[in-house]
Design a protein around this ligand. Sequence first.
Ligand SMILES: Nc1ncnc2c1ncn2[C@@H]1O[C@H](COP(=O)(O)OP(=O)(O)OP(=O)(O)O)[C@@H](O)[C@H]1O
Length: 201
Amino acid sequence: MSLEAKDLTFRYPRRSRGSVLEGVFLTVEPGERVGLSAPSGRGKTTLCKLLSGYERPDRGEVLLDGRPLSSYKGFCPVQMIWQHPETAVDPLLRLGETLYEAGPVEDRLLDALHIQPAWLERYPLELSGGELQRFCIARALREGVRYLLCDEITAMLDLITQAQIWDFLLEEARQRELGLVIVSHNTLLLERLCTRIHPLT
Ligand SMILES: Nc1ncnc2c1ncn2[C@@H]1O[C@H](COP(=O)(O)OP(=O)(O)OP(=O)(O)O)[C@@H](O)[C@H]1O
């Protein structure tokens, strides 16, 4: 089940400088870990948004296992984890409601990410950034996920928490043969984590 970006072109309606992405091709296979590398503003986040269905391309298509991503109903097998987790959850819902709205999440994941049951009674702003990010990772890893798009997901965390999260994610991806797309400005981190680096030109 490969994830394919085919000839993607995209511009934001309110952006004056034309297309952010022009004719982008990328294929990620199960178990691959692809690092996206490019200077700021080149469109890494935008490509992740297209690959996970948050935005639709103006031209080209995103295919999962040869089928348009938009034809998958229910929980999307391509999940994006955002740099700022507070933008990825409804601030007015308790975390327990957010977590289970798309179905069950294995307790094993909550334990491995050190998510305390009491947090599920709280609202997003009542967790630290690192706690909320671990919550978002658990939510993305529910059954059915095949690809994770990790957009600077540990950039705001201390080094120990970063290492714990990546150790966990790499092992989880290995066991479940998940494909990962990893965005980071930290070249050393990308070299350490990825099976290959894809420069976005
Ligand atoms: N919602 C939006 N509306 C208009 N323009 C946008 C929007 N989001 C991003 N852009 C513009 O699109 C371009 C690409 O942004 P994007 O966030 O994809 O880049 P990036 O490579 O991820 O950058 P960074 O490394 O700084 O996170 C930028 O010029 C940005 O200003």
